[in-house]
Design a protein around this ligand. Structure first.
Ligand code: TYM
Length: 333
């Protein structure tokens, strides 16, 4: 059977890039897959950059509420908190012995995140190794992600080869699932459309969060950077701003890019933005009200994570025991 695994950091609020690039796909896979879908709120990854201890735990619950509000049904998948399953860190350590610093230096995310730091935390450097451990721990076969995570998946695949060659076939090669065609794999910043939409960008106007009010959504989309051509045409390379609006619009209403562009003939980008805002507002309003409702049920959220983490640990401890035997930390009976 398939085993589908993915993760999201509990830093900041879920935005449309996360939604279209990952969460939407997770929902589809929960419906269509013949095996487990395992989704992790990766708090151990989050602390590779400074987090405020006073708010980290509530951010974890916020992310849980966001995912459930987006339609991730915790009854139909395993939704859990990474740090509740200690085998992630243990397997991460083992995998760290199987790769090299040279390989890790080349990761674009590491380069980007460390560029502005004077002292670079070791955890930020080894981040992709922990991510590989997340995936291998469940013997995952498919990993649905946005385009920015592909390199990390290559490392996970490489580590599977290395481990299997050295210790005997233990893990399947995890494939990644990236929605390139629709543009969902890379939703762009509303302020700098050459960059991706990101939770950590300083300017909140660069992203649309699922908790934004209709007024906020309208104002952010009105201010979205486009270009000096007024017609609504898709050209991701030369007109990334307007093309990003077309993609978000198409994804929000579940139609094709071409249909969207055909219907926008004669509109200038200013008027077109109002139409995009309407579509996004309509898509997000039920999610936002469900999110608000869930935030009031803290006990429910805590329970969701406790249940999910217990299920995850059952699988994780089985794999970890096998790993210990494979590498000779325990005797193989
Ligand atoms: P994170 O928390 O940055 O993002 C969660 C998911 O959202 C996708 N994403 C986007 N997709 C399209 N357009 C965007 N602008 C955009 N921004 C984010 C990401 O690609 C991701 O799929 N390292 C991971 C978390 C992780 C993980 C894992 C993922 C840890 N372990 C194991 C898969 C498997 C991350 O930081 O995602």
């Amino acid at each position: 059977p398939q085993i589908i695994f993915s993760g999201i950091q509990p830093t900041g609020t879920l935005h449309l890039g996360n939604y279209f690039g990952a969460v939407d796909k997770w929902k589809q896979l929960i419906h269509s897959s013949n095996g487990d879908v395992i989704l992790s709120i990766v708090d151990l990854h989050a602390i590779t950059l400074p987090q405020d201890p006073k708010s980290l735990h509530s951010s974890i619950l916020h992310m849980t509420a966001s995912l459930v509000a987006c339609g991730i049904d915790p009854e139909k998948c395993i939704l859990f908190q990474q740090s509740k399953v200690p085998q992630h860190a243990l397997l991460g350590w083992v995998l760290g012995t199987l790769t090299t610093m040279t390989r890790l230096y080349h990761f674009p995310q590491y380069k980007e995140k460390s560029a502005t730091l004077k002292d670079i935390p070791l955890g930020l450097f080894t981040y992709p190794v922990l991510q590989a451990a997340d995936i291998l721990l469940y013997k995952s076969t498919q990993v649905p992600i946005g385009g920015d995570q592909v390199q990390h998946l290559h490392l996970a695949q490489h580590l599977v080869h290395t481990f299997n060659n050295k210790y005997g076939v233990t893990f399947p090669i995890p494939e990644y699932i990236v929605e390139v065609e629709s543009g969902a794999a890379r939703i762009r910043s509303l302020r700098e459309p050459e960059k991706k939409m990101s939770k950590s960008h300083a300017d909140p106007k660069s992203r649309i969060e699922i908790t934004d009010t209709p007024e906020q959504i309208l104002s952010k989309i009105k201010k979205a950077v486009t270009d000096f051509t007024s017609s609504v045409q898709y050209d991701a390379e030369n007109r990334p701003g307007v093309s990003n609006l077309i993609d978000m619009h198409a994804l929000a209403v579940g139609r094709t890019r071409n249909e969207i562009v055909d219907e926008a003939v004669g509109l200038d980008t200013g008027k077109y933005k109002l139409r995009v805002a309407d579509a996004v507002i309509e898509k997000l309003s039920p999610i936002r009200s469900e999110f608000t409702r869930l935030l009031d049920s803290k006990d429910y959220l805590v329970n969701v994570l406790a249940d999910g983490s217990a299920k995850a640990e059952t699988i994780a401890s089985r794999t970890w025991n096998e790993v210990k035997m494979r590498i000779g930390l325990e005797s193989a009976q």
